[in-house]
Design a protein around this ligand. Structure first.
Ligand code: SF4
Length: 288
């Protein structure tokens, strides 16, 4: 397969065929994100994608899912996506699920009818990074969106009947906005009603603007205990029916479960760590 640079995919797409249809992220301004800093955004040419699909048709017959990389593949114009989805169906008829990363902007760029058409052609799962439900934090990390634009994007995805997975990032509000970050994030997630929520912990990278602020002492990261309290507060206030994946390698205490069914269990697991009865993941074992 033709992969330009580092390829990132959600943990739940580990078994998927990864087809890179764009290089980088069309936004690429978030101060905490180092994923695509070295990449200039572009849509890959049709011939390269076709070659990759021919390769997948020969060597990936056991993989039933396909994930379209990079950062926000939904930004590709509708007619190109529609054509691509038709070719995926023709060449990989055994593939049952197409997934991709989307931004609120890329969701806005498609009408409901267009999203519906992509769903008919196999689009199943959309991964959207909320990061925080707090507008002050979203502005400070240059996310380019607000809580209300995120809620509107989520509503559109749900209306069409697509599976929505949303991620939030512990620590993004520093110490000073930690509580506001947690409360606003659960409030916004309750309105977005995603089927799945991924909760990660901020790990500042030196190649990012935020990483530089940390090195200069201008961004104060909460302690592991404060980050756990943030996670606890988010989970405590969540009232939507959803799957929680707070077991990412960046988290100090990995927890996972279904809400509302497992809420008491998840809170108990966090309390155990806060009371010292459960070990936190050592710093050297955390990763992105
Ligand atoms: S966090 Fe998402 S939207 Fe922001 S720069 Fe990274 S890939 Fe792009």
């Amino acid at each position: 397969m033709d992969y330009d640079g580092q390829i990132i995919r959600p943990p739940s797409e580990a078994q998927s065929i990864i087809l890179q249809v764009t290089v980088g992220c069309s936004h690429n301004k978030c101060t905490f994100c180092g994923a695509y800093k070295e990449k200039l955004f572009s849509i890959k040419n049709a011939a390269t994608i076709k070659k990759d699909l021919n390769f997948a048709a020969t060597f990936c017959a056991r993989q039933k899912r396909i994930f379209l990389a990079d950062g926000d593949a939904l930004i590709v114009p509708f007619h190109r996506l529609e054509k691509l989805f038709v070719v995926i169906r023709e060449k990989l008829p055994w593939v049952t699920r197409i997934s991709l990363y989307a931004s609120a902007r890329s969701i806005r760029s498609k009408t409901e009818a267009e999203l519906q058409r992509l769903k008919e052609l196999g689009l199943d799962r959309v991964y959207l990074g909320l990061e925080s439900g707090n507008d002050e934090i979203l502005a400070s990390v240059k996310k380019g969106e607000t809580a209300s634009t995120m809620i509107a994007a989520a509503e559109k995805i749900r209306t069409v009947g697509l599976f929505l997975s949303v991620t939030a990032l512990l620590g993004l509000g520093q110490v000073i906005l930690s509580e506001a970050h947690a409360l606003d994030t659960s409030r916004v997630l309750n309105q977005m009603k995603p089927r799945q929520i991924g909760i990660l912990t901020l790990m500042p990278l030196d190649n990012t603007e935020l990483g530089q602020h940390v090195l200069q002492g201008d961004f104060i990261l909460p302690t592991p205990e404060e980050l756990l309290r943030e996670l606890r507060l988010i989970l405590y206030h969540l009232n939507c029916t959803t799957q929680i994946h707070a077991n990412h390698a960046s988290n100090y205490v990995p927890v996972t479960g279904r809400l509302p069914r497992d809420k008491a269990k998840l809170l108990h697991e966090i309390d155990e760590a806060l009371h010292g009865n459960r070990k936190m993941v050592p710093e050297m074992l955390r990763s992105l």
